[in-house]
Design a protein around this ligand. Sequence first.
Ligand code: PEP
Ligand code: MG
Length: 952
Amino acid sequence: MLELTIEQISMGQSAVDKTAALQLLAERLVADGLVAEGYLAGLQAREAQGSTFLGQGIAIPHGTPQTRELVHATGVRLLQFPEGVDWGDGQIVYLAIGIAARSDEHLRLLQLLTRALGETDLAQALRRAGSAEALLKLLQGAPQELALDAQMIGLGVPAEDFEELVWRGARLLRRADCAGNGFAAVLQQVEALPLGDGLWWLHSEQTVRKPGLAFVTPQQPLRYLGQPLNGLFCLASLGAAHQALLERLCTLLIEGRAQELFRATSSRAVLEVLGGELPADWPSVRVGLANAHGLHARPAKELAQLAKAFEGEVRVRVVDSGEAAVSVKSLSKLLSLGARRGQVLEFIAEPSVADSALPALLAAVQAGLGEAVEALAPVSEVAAPQVLEPVLSAPLPGTQVQGVAASPGIACGPAHVQVLRHFDYPLRGESPVIERDRLQRALAAVASELEALIRRSPAKAIREIFVTHQEMLSDPGLGDEVELRLLQGESAPAAWMTVIEAAARQQEALHDALLAERAADLRDVGRRVLATLCGAAEVAEPQQPYVLVMDEVGPSDVARLDPARVAGILTARGGATAHSAIVARALGIPAVVGAGAAVLLIAAGTELLLDGQRGRLTVAPAADELQRALAEREQREQRLQAARARRLEPAVTRDGHAVEVFANIGESAGIEQVIYLGAEGIGLLRTELIFMAHPQVPDEATQEAEYRRVLDGLQGRPLVVRTLDVGGDKPLPYWPIAKEENPFLGVRGIRLTLQRPQVMESQLRALLRAAGERPLRIMFPMVGQVEEWRQARAMVERLRQEIPVGDLQVGIMIEVPSAALLAPVLAPEVDFFSVGTNDLTQYTLAIDRGHPSLSAQADGLHPAVLQLIDITVRAAHAHGKWVGICGELAADPQAVAVLVGLGVDELSVAARSIAEVKAVVRELNFEQARQLARDALVQGSAADVRARVEMH
Ligand code: PEP
Ligand code: MG
């Protein structure tokens, strides 16, 4: 049965012509397992028989009776083409709905679309839809109703002339999401219609998302074109939604009741006259927000989820912000409030749910919305400036702060603290000329700052980021919007930040990972300009290598780091297996993460000493301590140098026990360097990184070439490949997966690929073809059930008949406790196990590996995790199979002795760590390591295990 859901929709696609659009659709249908390769021919043949253009900018490509056999499952996939695709005869398609169906099920689709097709102007609305949700609404919804409620009425607004009043009206429409950013500019071009009695009317369909009417009256008497200007209607017009209102308004004017509108003192009075939605006298409660980082994504998500449990409407606003209340159920709207610690939230609920919803929301906010919070002073005092003083204080000189060891090494240098600063600026400017001049000077200053950064950055990837920032600064679209606001009297910082924020949100709304990153860039460069405008230039980077202090370092932040300037990384939040920590290790920058919010208060320039091995920070260390640390660093450097010199030799313990040391990689590029650094093979090829580097599922040939490059580079050394591990928290942008409450416990890894066998088959084929006679090891991620393994193995066995290979082993990753506990059952069937300690630790200890405050405790040396590894190794060895470790634990020098002692045969680590891990192995005595491992298994905590290792 065909149904429409947001998961089927891909927004913001582009295709040069109909052929390209059909190709995209076919790829989507194949990738999602609905049809087999070859369906494209059916789509093309059907178009050749007659265009599938439906009208209203929609086409419904589908196959022919001859290609029905290629359909695996009934379904549809929708591609939005905002730039339009010529479907022949001048018909422009903005939405192509590709159908996979064996019979005439597309008729059901027509039935689903009939209401939408009755709507006028649907094509433009489809083109402009900013999100899959909005698009679906357009398709399914009845003709939309005109939005007209209290939030659309602005009485006595400050306006000096007609243009400014127009801008006020347009702003109300934009806030209600009726129109896009440029709507004010659009209205300025339209000829205003005088309705009589000083009332004026403007309307346009351009950039309209949903129909809405705003009514604004000026604070002071104004005139326009020689007539009074008492009030202005601004209509975001879509279809015939405003028809009834217009008729009512005409009657009103004929009856001579215009002044009831422009003399009204409340929006309720205006709505009563116009027949709009009356403001409700809903119960409300207020509560101060105590979360240290405000209402950011995680607490906002908690709040939205809680609100969804109530049937009725619940809204929230930030008291004193002047902004309207938003639905608590919408995560994006909650984030758009930008609520900070210390601000007061007002929750307003529909009477039918107020009794239950308001106390629950109040209690949840007071409890911190899933975060540990420092209580605020009572609400009455919240507004008083003294209680807004930070509750935390910076650690004193000489203090040691324990964080999480995220990347080994000792670093020292001045603190370079990068936290979002808050700027105060007036909303109204002195005059458009003065504000324009200030803005231009700030833009020029930032442009030359960026120029300098580009010149100074050695890495191309980093330079490209700043070039993108430059382009953003000179974007004429942004400039026009800002100019409009300056003309309307806004100050330069207010105009600039409003436009930047709106543009960033628009990009985020497209639900595209790349565009979301661009949104972060836009905010980044936007704040750079703001800082200059507010006279608070960015804190200059220290000249000497520094310790970067941040709240949390995202992977993209790490990508921008220049390892020559950043001596170390210190974060307030995050854990050792967070992505950023993994990248820091790959770059070889010592890092301590999760050190607590107080580190953000450290004064810029304070000397810091980081011990990335022990996870320890010393603030302004005493001279002798610094000396000791530097001496230790020197020794470590010498040890590493010695280790590097022997990186190509095998890792054998003093008493002759050999351990293989392999590398973890995510792409073929740089494989020669990996071998140079001493890898004896690849122990984990994270193939999802290859998939993520492509805008669509890479086809078989592309994958084969990539795998072939790795095998060529390995020159006969073994390659352990993990099949695609996406889903859950790691979605592929082009692979829609239904939203899940607990993505880590959801459809990810093998669970997902078994649901999309075509993708898995094509990956396996590419691997087998690339391998030929060379040693290939294939393993499946996230196996938790024996049946999953058997299905996956059966697929490999079948394909192997088709594509013979000379040296293949098939195994599983041990990442889920159930797999470890089932190791005795699995061992006879597999060729090997590879333990993914990152996931195994998170699932054993029930701690999200990316959890901002808890992940610090997710230590893979926890005896419970070690017990599972022990079970795995014993079972494997009993059946003559080998066991590797490919999680981050394998590179932790303290863990190496324990893992070797447990009998692990192979350690797979980031290439940079190979030499060090080999050196640690060479220092060991296997018998003693076995004793250490036995001891570790009976400890009570990871800390106890680490203490044992230190003693060892
Ligand atoms: C693991 O879970 O330990 C692992 C190696 O896989 P990933 O970190 O890619 O999830
Ligand atoms: Mg994993």
